[in-house]
Design a binder for this molecule. Structure first.
Ligand code: HEM
Ligand SMILES: *[C@@H]1O[C@H](CO)[C@@H](O)[C@H](O)[C@H]1NC(C)=O
Ligand SMILES: *[C@@H]1O[C@H](CO)[C@@H](O)[C@H](O)[C@H]1NC(C)=O
Ligand SMILES: *[C@@H]1O[C@H](CO)[C@@H](O)[C@H](O)[C@H]1NC(C)=O
Length: 527
C-alpha cells in the first residue's frame, strides 16, 4: 500500500501549499469540473451520512464552513469533541478539508472502540481502501503499487531483521550527514534550519539502507525523494477533485508525479540493470550481492516486476514516501524538545555514554538506552505528526458495538490527540515528561516492553495500532535513536537567543508539522 497510509494523509506539510496549476486554462477546466463534481459528490455523500454527534456545524451545507475552520483549528475541535462526547463523534467537517470533497468520516475515541476497530477484518473496514482513496494510489504511486503490497512484509521483516547487520552503515551515514549539514565553524555556534537538515539526514540514512552508496548522497536523488512525498499528496488532492473516469488524464496532465517517476528511473536504471545482469549470470545469490532494500525487493517481487526498472523504481520511491517525512517530522519534534529543555541533555548524555562504554556503539546498545527511547516516545505522544490515526474505510454497512452505524463508503479515524492528552491515560498529560515511559518501565515489573518506543496500544497511536501498525517503526526507532545519540555525543544544541520556548508547531488540517522556519543552534560539543 501505498505505504503511505493514513499516516501520510496525516503527515505531509502539504495542505497549505496552494495547488500550483500552471496555466489559466488548467484553472478553467478545474473550476468547471470541481463545480459539477461537487454537485454529484454532494448528492452521493448524503447516502453516507452518519448519525452521530458532531463537532462544528453538522448540516450538509454548513459543514463546509466547519471544514474551513477545521483546516486551522482541527486540534481545538478534536480536543473539544474528546472532552464533550466520550463516545463516537463526527468530524465530517475536517474530512471535507482532508479528503477533498468526500464528506464522510467519523472519529471514535474510547479505547474499547479502538480495540474493536483493530479487530474488524479488512474486508469490512479497510486500511488499504482508505489510503487508496486518500492518496489516489492508482494514479500517484501507480497501479502496480495499488494492486500489490509485497514491500510491506519486506519492511516488517527483512528491513527490521537487518538493522543489526547494517548498523555500522546507518551510524556512518547519520554521522556524515549531520556533519555535512551542520558544518560548524571552529567552536562557534551556528544556526541551522531544524526540519530541513533533519530531512537531509533521514533521506540519506534511509537510502543508505534502501539503495546504498553512492546514490544515497546524490543531491538530485535526495531532492527528488524529499519532494516526492509532497508531489504525491498534492497530486492526490488535485486528482480527487475529479470523477473516476477523468482521474487518469488529470493525473498525467496536472501533476508532477510522472516527471518524478522519470527522474527516479534516471537515477536507478544503471544500478538496477547492473543487478539484473548479475542475477541473470549467477542466480539469486550472486557474489557480493548488496544487502539492501533494492536486493530484498528484487528477491521477493512478483515475476513481472522482478526485472523491471520502472516497477522497482516505483517501489523505492514509494518506500521513501512512507519513510522520510514521517521520520523527519517525528525526529524534529524531539529535537525541538531537546533544544528547549536543556535539563534533559545531561542525563541523556550520561546514559548514552555509559551504555556505549559497556556495550560498544551497537544496535544492542540502543535497546539499553531507555531514557533516550522514552524521550522520543514521549515526544511522539506529545507532538505526534498526526492528530488522527488508524484510517479505515467501510466497505460494507457496519455497526459498531456501541450501536454506531457506519454506512458503506464512510471513513473512520481515531482521535489520537484526544487520547494522548487524556489525564486518565497519562498523568499530567499536558506536561512534557521526557522520562515518563522510562519511569513506567522501572515501575511496571515485567512489562517493560510495553512502554518501549515501538510498542503500540489502544492508547498510544503515533504508529497506528493492530494489523496495519507501521511496519517501518522498528527501523525508524533505531534510526531516530542513533541520530539523537550522535547529536548528544558530538554537539551542543540550543534554540536561538537561548530561548526556552519550543518553536510553535504548524498545524495543517490534521498534520502536526514541526515549525519549518525554526532554527536550531549547534556547536561542537564543549562540555
Ligand atoms: C517515526 C516514523 C514513522 C511514523 C510516525 C509512521 C507512522 C505510520 C502510521 C500511523 C501508519 C498507519 C498505521 C495504522 O493505520 O494502523 C504507518 C503505516 C506504514 N508505514 Fe510508517 N511511520 C514511520 C516510519 C516508517 C518507515 C521508516 C517506513 C518504511 C521504511 C514506514 C512504512 C510504512 C508502511 C509500508 C505502512 C503501511 C502498513 C500497512 O499497510 O499494513 N513507516 N506508518
Ligand atoms: C486499491 O486500488 C487498486 C487499483 O485501483 C484495486 O485493484 C484494489 O482492489 C484497491 N484495494 C482496496 C482494498 O480497495
Ligand atoms: C523541491 O521542492 C522545493 C520546494 O517546493 C523547490 O524549491 C525545489 O526546487 C524542489 N527541488 C527539486 C529538485 O525539484
Ligand atoms: C533573536 O533575537 C534577534 C535580535 O533580537 C531577533 O531579531 C530574532 O528574531 C530572534 N530570534 C528568535 C527565533 O526569537
Amino acid at each position: 500500500m501505498p505505504p503511505n497510509n493514513a499516516t501520510i494523509l496525516v503527515a505531509t506539510p502539504v495542505a497549505a501549499t496552494s495547488l500550483e496549476f500552471q496555466a489559466n486554462f488548467n484553472y478553467l477546466i478545474a473550476c468547471v469540473a470541481v463545480i459539477s463534481v461537487s454537485a454529484v459528490q454532494y448528492l452521493q455523500a448524503r447516502k453516507r451520512d452518519i448519525a452521530v454527534p458532531s463537532i462544528g456545524p453538522s448540516g450538509r451545507l454548513t459543514s463546509y464552513y466547519g471544514a474551513v475552520k477545521c483546516l486551522s483549528n482541527a486540534r481545538e475541535m478534536l480536543e473539544e469533541g474528546y472532552n464533550k462526547v466520550l463516545d463516537v463523534l463526527c468530524i465530517r467537517s475536517c474530512l471535507v478539508g482532508l479528503n477533498s470533497l468526500q464528506i464522510n468520516g467519523i472519529v471514535q475515541i474510547t479505547p474499547d472502540l479502538v480495540e474493536e476497530l483493530r479487530r474488524v477484518p479488512d474486508d469490512k473496514l479497510s486500511f488499504l481502501a482508505a489510503t487508496n482513496d486518500s492518496l489516489a494510489t492508482k494514479f500517484t504511486l501507480g497501479i502496480l503499487v495499488a494492486n500489490n503490497h509485497y514491500h510491506i512484509p519486506i519492511v516488517r521483516s527483512q528491513l527490521t531483521r537487518n538493522v543489526g547487520a547494517l548498523f555500522d552503515a546507518i551510524k556512518d551515514e547519520v554521522a556524515h550527514a549531520f556533519d555535512d549539514n551542520i558544518a560548524t565553524v571552529g567552536d562557534n555556534w551556528v544556526a541551522r534550519p531544524g526540519l530541513k537538515i533533519v530531512m537531509q539526514v533521514v533521506c540519506r540514512t534511509s537510502n543508505r539502507v534502501f539503495v546504498g552508496l553512492p546514490l544515497c548522497r546524490d543531491k538530485d536523488y535526495i531532492d527528488l525523494n524529499i519532494n516526492f512525498t509532497i508531489d504525491v499528496v498534492k497530486a492526490a488532492r488535485i486528482i480527487n477533485l475529479f470523477p473516476d473516469f477523468l482521474k487518469g488524464v488529470v493525473g498525467e496532465a496536472l501533476t508532477s508525479v510522472p516527471s518524478s517517476n522519470r527522474r527516479g528511473v534516471k537515477h536507478l536504471r544503471p544500478l538496477i540493470e547492473d543487478r539484473i545482469q548479475q542475477y541473470n549470470e549467477h542466480g539469486k545469490n550472486w557474489p557480493d550481492k548488496p544487502n539492501d532494500m533494492l536486493s530484498w525487493l528484487m528477491d521477493e517481487a512478483p515475476e513481472d516486476e522482478r526485472r523491471n526498472v520502472e516497477a522497482l523504481t516505483q517501489r523505492i520511491l514509494t518506500l521513501n514516501f512512507a519513510a522520510i517525512h514521517t521520520s523527519s517530522m517525528s525526529f524534529t519534534h524531539g529535537l525541538f524538545h531537546l533544544a528547549a529543555r536543556q535539563e534533559y541533555i545531561q542525563p541523556l548524555r550520561e546514559e548514552v555514554e555509559s551504555v556505549i562504554k559497556a556495550e560498544g556503539w551497537t544496535k544492542v546498545a540502543l535497546t539499553k538506552m531507555r531514557k533516550l527511547d522514552s524521550f522520543l516516545k514521549e515526544s511522539q505522544r506529545y507532538n505526534g505528526i498526526g492528530l488522527l490515526s488508524m484510517a479505515r474505510k467501510a466497505l460494507v454497512d457496519y455497526t459498531l458495538s456501541d450501536g454506531t452505524f457506519l454506512p458503506s463508503g464512510s471513513d473512520v479515524l481515531v482521535n489520537a490527540v484526544g487520547m494522548h492528552y487524556d489525564d486518565s491515560k497519562y498523568s499530567n498529560a499536558r506536561e512534557f515528561d521526557g522520562f515518563r515511559f522510562a519511569n513506567m518501565r522501572e515501575e511496571g515489573e515485567g512489562e517493560g516492553a510495553k512502554h518501549q518506543m515501538v510498542s503500540t496500544s489502544n492508547e498510544y497511536l503515533p504508529f497506528g495500532h493492530g494489523r496495519h501498525a507501521c511496519p517501518g517503526r522498528f527501523f525508524a526507532a533505531n534510526e531516530m535513536k542513533t541520530m539523537m545519540a550522535y547529536l548528544l555525543l558530538n554537539y551542543d544544541v540550543k534554540l536561538e537567543n537561548d530561548s526556552r520556548e519550543r518553536p510553535k508547531d504548524m498545524i495543517i488540517a490534521t498534520s502536526v508539522v514541526p515549525n519549518p522556519k525554526a532554527n536550531v543552534m549547534f556547536r561542537k560539543r564543549q562540555t
